[in-house]
Design a protein around this ligand. Structure first.
Ligand SMILES: [Zn+2]
Length: 215
């Protein structure tokens, strides 16, 4: 990809056009794979000499986000798929690594949290997933209410300690209204343990079991 001729680069700090400064070496942006083929966008980012910011700043591009190698479209794409598919299927379908799905999930969840679009959550699904050839685990939490299934939180590892991050991220107000917890294949993080003691203020919610990928 090349910048349009005579198009001014946009400062990524103040989001305004600014005079050019130089061009960085070409880098790869991972895009949504088509028919099983990896797709990369190649682009040499320009830097601007922004008078407003009084700094040399890398330009803002519509497909990328800072230092991430995944394009923005790709980051949103798996997150959308994950509403319908399990994360495992998502990663297999996208042939991407769990680190990247983790990053994308975290990014989208953060984006959502910043805009406070959580609303009331009645039911959550908690799942663990192996990655890095089964040597590492992630804890995944989805909202599984009727009409809305979406990833809520991704935690590194599958420990009680890491799960505390879910409570912190959601906040007491949201957590206290959760009535159902559906558990996939968690071995260590049994819901009885997950919801014991602070910061969870109520007794253990109802539990159900579900088969992975049947939602
Ligand atoms: Zn600027």
């Amino acid at each position: 990809m090349w910048p349009r001729k005579r198009s001014a680069a946009v400062c990524s700090r103040c989001h305004q056009p600014a005079p050019g400064y130089d061009q960085l070496p070409e880098r790869r942006f991972e895009f949504i794979p088509f028919w099983g083929f990896f797709v990369f966008l190649l682009y040499a980012m320009r830097r601007v000499d922004c008078r407003r910011c009084d700094a040399v700043v890398v330009e803002e591009v519509p497909w990328g986000d800072g230092k991430r190698t995944l394009t923005r479209a790709y980051m949103l794409f798996p997150a959308r798929w994950a509403r319908r598919l399990s994360w495992k299927e998502t990663a297999e379908a996208f042939r991407t690594s769990w680190e990247k799905v983790f990053d994308a999930g975290e990014h989208v969840v953060t984006w959502g949290l910043e805009r406070r679009i959580l609303g009331q959550i009645d039911s959550i699904g908690v799942d663990e997933i192996q990655y890095a050839k089964g040597h590492k685990y992630l804890t995944l939490v989805y909202q599984i209410d009727i009409g809305i299934t979406r990833p809520l939180w991704v935690g590194k590892e599958r420990t009680i300690e890491s799960f505390q991050g879910f409570f912190t991220a959601m906040g007491k107000n949201v957590i206290s209204k959760i009535a159902f917890v559906c558990v996939g294949t968690l071995s260590e993080t049994h819901p009885r343990k997950l919801f014991r003691g602070p910061p969870y203020p109520r007794p253990l919610p109802h539990r159900c079991k579900y088969e992975q990928g049947t939602r």
